[in-house]
Design a protein around this ligand. Structure first.
Ligand SMILES: NC(=O)c1ccc[n+]([C@@H]2O[C@H](COP(=O)([O-])OP(=O)(O)OC[C@H]3O[C@@H](n4cnc5c(N)ncnc54)[C@H](OP(=O)(O)O)[C@@H]3O)[C@@H](O)[C@H]2O)c1
Length: 286
């Protein structure tokens, strides 16, 4: 497994940190893409210590900024020409006050969906190189069962009408599933796979600092939630297991392929339309 390269976004805490540690333990060169320097540097030290693997690199990026995503991808490509595994994991639950990013996009849609879309597109040359050189490349997208509650309407994905933080989150997680399925169709035959997953309800940093009823509920439920290690199992499985080599376009939970998503999550036409909209919003085509 030596010499393989993996990126984990949002790797300074929670599911992402455990995933980065697992990749490091398996001998990957791990690139953590994070925005919080203090947390990320502490996590990087811990991952190096626990894995015994010094090849743990850091790239700073706030996924709310398309400029920063472009800079992060360029920095990665200046250091590496191959990318074997990309784990799109960074995500958050916003507050009930609708906020726009510097690109003028609703923040949850921007970070949780367009962040995955833009980064993957920018890194496609490196994924393709790994697929040719090493026989495969994998894209893993952390989605959620929250997709079931998305009030989805392509004309209102940024919730200009009827915004709430939780609605925006559910829409973004449905977008993760639609994006991953469409990506899998577009890269079919190139030795690149793309799968999404639900990690479970995990006792991580998720929703810790978000005001509102959902975050409050999440805090109350903490003792009953899965550990971060359990929550990362499916991400690690999809990123590294030989069992899923060549399997693409799936949505997984507990390392099992799930087919019981809501109908819209399987709608190829909607996925294609979302893709085209995402291309326009990020100025990238792939
Ligand atoms: N926990 C659950 O029950 C659960 C359930 C279903 C799905 N998920 C999904 O699992 C993924 C990981 O979440 P988690 O549970 O591990 O929560 P977490 O501990 O809060 O980790 C989220 C990570 O994403 C990063 N992040 C958020 N916004 C970012 C931004 N704008 N730019 C860069 N990094 C950003 C965070 O960085 P900072 O430390 O800088 O904030 C953090 O490293 C998310 O996509 C979430 O939607 C979680």
């Amino acid at each position: 497994m030596k010499n393989k390269i993996g990126i984990v976004t949002g790797a300074n805490s929670g599911i992402g940190k455990v995933t980065a540690l697992a990749l490091a333990k398996q001998g990957f060169t791990v690139v953590m893409m994070c925005r919080n320097r203090a947390k990320a540097e502490a996590a990087q030290k811990e991952i190096v210590r626990l894995s015994g693997n010094p090849q743990v690199e850091m790239i700073w990026v706030d996924f709310a900024s398309q400029r920063q995503i472009r800079e992060a991808a360029a920095q990665f490509l200046s250091m590496h020409d191959c990318l074997d595994v990309l784990v799109n994991n960074a995500g958050f639950l916003a507050s009930d006050k609708r906020q726009l990013t510097e690109d003028g996009i609703e923040a949850t849609f921007a970070v949780n969906h367009l962040g995955y879309f833009l980064l993957t597109g920018l890194l496609m040359p490196a994924l393709e190189k790994a697929a040719t050189q090493n026989g495969e490349a994998r894209v893993v997208c952390v989605a959620s069962e929250a997709h079931r509650y998305a009030p989805f309407n392509l004309d209102n994905v940024q919730l200009e009408r009827g915004y709430s933080g939780i609605k925006a989150y559910c829409i973004s997680k449905l977008c993760n599933i639609l994006f991953t399925a469409e990506l899998a169709r577009r890269v079919a035959g190139k030795n690149i796979t793309a799968n999404s997953l639900h990690p479970g309800a995990v006792n991580s940093g998720f929703a810790q600092n978000t005001p509102g009823w959902f975050a409050w509920l999440f805090k109350i439920a903490k003792p009953f939630l899965m550990s971060e290690e359990e929550g990362a199992e499916t991400s690690i499985y999809l990123a590294t297991s030989p069992e899923v080599k060549g399997i693409s376009g799936g949505y997984f939970y507990k390392k099992r392929l799930r087919r019981n998503m809501i109908p819209i999550a399987k709608d190829e036409k909607i996925a294609q339309q979302l893709w085209e909209m995402s291309e326009k919003l990020t100025n990238i085509s792939y």
